[in-house]
Design a protein around this ligand. Structure first.
Ligand code: FMN
Length: 173
């Protein structure tokens, strides 16, 4: 199946997942800015990956805007975030990015990434600073919130190649 993996990545985690998927699936791999200039008609499967930003998938509007044009193709969207794979809210958060008709056409996946503050834009760093400050200021923090503050206050990497397996399995089907 002729496949392309298109990624939008700020600090490198999504790019690395996209390259892992492309290599394992024998697919082409392009950054979103380059994919926008390319004719995608010949591809039978389109895999789009981008990072989680405040509960949304960054640049998902580009992917959603093309769903009708891509009728008949296998469509996959994967989201890379800082949350561990077993975070209960992930499934709902992923689905919130699509309406009902789109969900029937797109299969969604989540891959844990991490935080890489040294590669983050100034505005992203600022948003994270506000988020951590707000969480810190909260009275009666739950155990989860306390763990989260500790975790997201500095860079970490929880990415692993094993998380691409469900995507590869779905591509093979
Ligand atoms: C402003 C901002 C908001 C974020 N929101 C979320 C979020 O809602 N859920 C999550 O799991 N990760 C969130 N993250 C973490 C990123 O999704 C994570 O660092 C991801 O691995 C970045 O991927 P990239 O390296 O491809 O840019 C956020 C990061 C930033 C900077």
């Amino acid at each position: 199946m002729k496949t392309i993996v298109i990624y939008n990545s700020q600090t490198g985690f999504t790019k690395r997942y996209a390259e892992w998927i492309a290599e394992a699936a024998g697919a082409d791999c392009l950054a979103l800015t380059d994919a926008k200039k390319k004719d995608l008609t010949a591809y039978e499967a389109i895999v789009f990956g981008s990072w989680a930003c405040a509960g949304s998938i960054s640049k998902i509007s580009w992917f959603k805007g093309n769903i009708d044009k891509w009728a008949g193709k296998k469509l996959i969207a994967f989201c890379v975030g800082a949350s561990p794979i077993d975070t209960p809210e992930i499934d709902m958060a992923l689905k919130r990015n699509f309406n009902e008709p789109a969900l029937k056409k797109v299969k969604t996946f989540y891959c844990p990434g991490g935080f890489r503050y040294e590669k983050m834009s100034t505005s992203s760093k600022f948003m994270m600073k506000i988020f951590i400050k707000t969480l810190n200021a909260k009275k009666n923090k739950t155990e989860e919130e306390q763990t989260m503050i500790k975790m997201i206050s500095s860079s970490y990497d929880i990415s692993d190649k094993k998380y691409i397996e469900p995507i590869l399995q779905y591509l093979k089907r």
